[in-house]
Design a protein around this ligand. Structure first.
Ligand SMILES: Nc1nc2c(ncn2[C@@H]2O[C@H](COP(=O)(O)OP(=O)(O)O)[C@@H](O)[C@H]2O)c(=O)[nH]1
Ligand SMILES: [Mg+2]
Length: 161
């Protein structure tokens, strides 16, 4: 069987590249403080409990306005839906749901692909109750997980994938 493809989608600056690098275990993808630093898709090979998969960090060019961000994200999500077997939808628990997140959720819902919704930047335990807001995205049949570059939630994400 061909290796499954897992694509990471999400608006700029939610931490896609950081997450990708963590799973791949090397600093392949570019991480930055400014939105949109990854210019193209970056592919990496990953393995978890003997299951190999290809992880894709998607991005786009640097959109300046909210409208352009939404257009570029839409493209990114469509590409992910076309190429991936599983899609990781990364959101930022500190920022909460934004218009772009809602747009992405709408497109993902229409696809029949399995979705793993990740509330990233869950840096401390108190923040995890903010996850309830994400029910408003309507992704009820998806898997849910927390992630933070700095704590134990790193573990549970691999189980979800
Ligand atoms: N506090 C916090 N910051 C994070 C976390 N993950 C990523 N970041 C920061 O968020 C910024 C954007 O990260 P990046 O991976 O480039 O986001 P991308 O645009 O979605 O690929 C960087 O400054 C990261 O260090 C996290 O779990 N917690
Ligand atoms: Mg990036």
């Amino acid at each position: 069987m061909a290796k499954p493809i897992v694509a990471i989608v999400g608006r700029p600056n939610v931490g896609k590249s950081t997450f990708f690098n963590y799973i791949i275990g090397e600093r392949v993808s570019i991480v930055g403080d400014k939105p949109g630093v990854t210019r193209d898709r970056v592919y990496g090979e990953a393995e978890w409990r003997g299951r190999k998969f290809t992880l894709v960090d998607t991005a786009g060019l640097e959109p300046k306005s909210d409208d352009l961000i939404i257009t570029s994200m839409r493209e990114q999500v469509e590409i992910a839906i076309n190429i991936a077997d599983v899609i990781i939808f990364l959101t930022d628990i500190k920022a909460g749901i934004t218009e772009t997140d809602k747009e992405i959720a709408l497109i993902l819902k229409k696809s029949k692909k399995p979705i793993v919704l990740v509330c990233n930047k869950s840096d401390n335990f108190e923040q995890t109750s903010d996850i309830y807001e994400f029910y408003n995205l309507g992704l009820r049949r998806s898997f849910w997980s927390f992630f933070s570059k700095c704590n134990r939630y790193r573990r549970c994400i691999r189980r979800s994938i």
